[in-house]
Design a protein around this ligand. Structure first.
Ligand SMILES: [Zn+2]
Length: 556
């Protein structure tokens, strides 16, 4: 609600009291008594704000009020009307202005400023700042480092409109205004505090530091800090500062601590902390991973060492290698297997074969057969092949079995190796067959294919004989083609389809037919075509590897 009177207060100079219009004009008679006193020069009234003379005037209905004189200069009370609430605050402010505390503070400020060499032109309550006839009389005025300063003491609540009015007036006149607050708590969030905050973006509040002899201000401000959780906090703090520590903004604000700037700095620091923490976390993770890897490696080494020890024990004790060892090898991870193989390869398989006694047969057998173990049987040791060592060792029996295992490891069988087979005391047919199969094994890289080759020797001898147009590895005499074919149809009918294909491919039928005077084979073939025995496909891939021309690619 707006006050009916635009001027609520008047300073009475003779008594030194601030008069409130509501009170003195309340009673009709009392009011006119005051007016009479004024007219008789017993009252000397001036405007609390602009200090110009006031008069008591009456409007229609005898409504009494304070009024600036005609042709007076502009004043905030001439232009704007305050609400009842604002008027209350102003009254308190004006009466405080006349209080001892107020007088003491402004004198103290002036006295202390006077002690500073670089401060001059100090005025205590007696310097008018005039702009277009509008007058202001600050509590303390001074000049410092080429800058003009006013100190306004504020002991009580004031409306933002009033505060802003002051601030803008001084700003327009190029003067820095410092509010000296007293006796109120900025920590609270009263309207007044919010207003000052609005007024001063730095949120710096000043008091006079009364504990020191020299001029110092106590600046209360929020400061930015990062806590342990990397959060920015802005708690309040208080610091005693000298005049030289004050800073000045372009918008005529005085401050000591730039909260906004410091928050920005903390924010970039905050980001760095996040980054550092991420790097640290990654580093820790990496260390953990390395440690785990090392632990794993050590565990693996132990595991492998155990297997090596057991194998060594088997060798020394000439005992059979247990299933447990076999399983442990099978269960090794790939890199553990590499570890094991590195150790095993250091003491070449050749050396075991050289040193093997009869009882070491199973050890050698295991090592050659276990395909998790990896060694190069084509490697020469002291310029001799593994086969040479095998056949030189007279103590080792069952050489043919070990020979096949070596062939299964993709040993490249050469003509010079044939002599070992020939020396084995076998029937000529067997010798021929083994040599033939060993030669064919050079075309195979898969262990199971080589096993197939040696498990079905006759099938491959039939195919090879067809390819060469010459009976090999089967014990038939030259030109016994009828017996040969008869055997193929009778005993290997489940593979005869591919055999027949080979006969066609390699031009065998011309030869067979020329010998088939009695049409024995022709009849068998008719019979075969009627019976159509089921074909066994298990040799498919082995045959395809050796005789690719017989099996067309099925992928296209
Ligand atoms: Zn005025």
């Amino acid at each position: 609600m707006q006050s009916k009177r635009s001027i609520q207060f008047a300073f009475e100079q003779i008594s030194g009291i601030v008069l409130n219009a509501n009170e003195i004009f309340e009673e009709y008679k009392g009011g006119f008594k005051k007016r009479k006193e004024y007219n008789e020069n017993e009252l000397k009234l001036s405007c609390c704000e602009c200090k110009q003379e006031l008069e008591i005037s009456s409007s229609k209905n005898d409504f009494l009020h304070f009024k600036h004189k005609k042709k007076s200069n502009p004043c905030i009370f001439k232009n704007s009307k305050f609400t009842n609430e604002e008027n209350k605050e102003l009254q308190e402010h004006y009466s405080n202005k006349e209080s001892e505390r107020h007088k003491n503070l402004k004198n103290e400020i002036g006295k202390k400023l006077d002690l500073i060499n670089t401060v001059d032109s100090i005025y205590i309550d007696n310097k008018f700042i005039i702009e277009n006839g509008e007058k202001r009389k600050p509590d303390v005025y001074c000049e410092y480092n080429g800058k003009k300063f006013v100190f306004e003491i504020q002991l009580s609540k004031l409306s933002l409109r009033y505060i802003l009015n002051r601030h803008n007036f001084y700003k327009r006149n190029g003067i820095f205004l410092i509010w000296i607050l007293d006796n109120f708590d900025v920590n609270g969030q009263t309207q007044m505090e919010k207003d000052i905050k609005y007024l001063n973006k730095f949120e710096n509040f000043f008091k006079l530091d009364e504990k020191t002899e020299v001029f110092r201000l106590t600046c209360k401000h929020k400061y930015a800090t990062l806590n342990n959780h990397n959060k920015i906090l802005t708690p309040w703090t208080e610091k005693s500062i000298s005049l030289s520590q004050l800073k000045f903004s372009d918008s005529f604000q005085v401050y000591f601590y730039d909260l906004e700037l410091k928050i920005k700095e903390k924010e970039s620091h905050q980001k760095e902390v996040v980054k550092e923490r991420k790097i640290l976390a990654r580093k820790k993770e990496e260390e953990k991973r390395k440690e785990e890897e090392l632990n794993k490696l050590n565990n693996s080494k132990l595991k492998v060492k155990k297997i090596v020890n057991e194998l060594r024990n088997n060798w020394v004790e000439k005992t059979i290698i247990s299933h447990n060892v076999e399983r442990s090898i099978k269960d090794l991870e790939e890199f553990e297997l590499t570890l094991l193989n590195n150790i095993i390869n250091n003491s070449k398989i050749h050396q075991w074969i050289i040193k093997a006694k009869n009882e070491h047969f199973y050890f050698i057998y295991f090592m050659l057969d276990c395909h998790y173990l990896d060694f190069d049987v084509n490697e020469k040791f002291k310029n001799k092949t593994i086969l040479e060592y095998l056949f030189e060792n007279v103590l080792l029996e069952n050489k043919l079995l070990l020979f096949k295992l070596i062939i299964q490891r993709n040993y490249i069988f050469e003509t010079k190796d044939e002599i070992h087979i020939k020396n084995l005391n076998l029937k000529q047919k067997e010798v021929n067959q083994i040599i033939l199969l060993s030669q064919l094994s050079n075309k195979l890289y898969n262990k199971h294919s080589i096993i197939n080759l040696f498990n079905y020797p006759t099938v491959f001898c039939i195919l090879e004989s067809a390819k060469k147009n010459k009976i090999v590895g089967l014990g038939y005499k030259e030109n016994q083609w009828i017996s040969f074919t008869d055997m193929a149809i009778n005993s290997y009918s489940q593979y005869f389809e591919i055999i027949n294909k080979a006969f066609k491919e390699y031009g065998m039928w011309n030869i067979i037919n020329s010998f088939d005077k009695n049409k024995t084979i022709a009849k068998k073939l008719e019979d075969y075509k009627i019976k159509k025995p089921k074909q066994d496909g298990k040799l498919h891939w082995t045959i395809k590897a050796i005789y690719p021309e017989l099996i067309e690619d099925e992928y296209f």
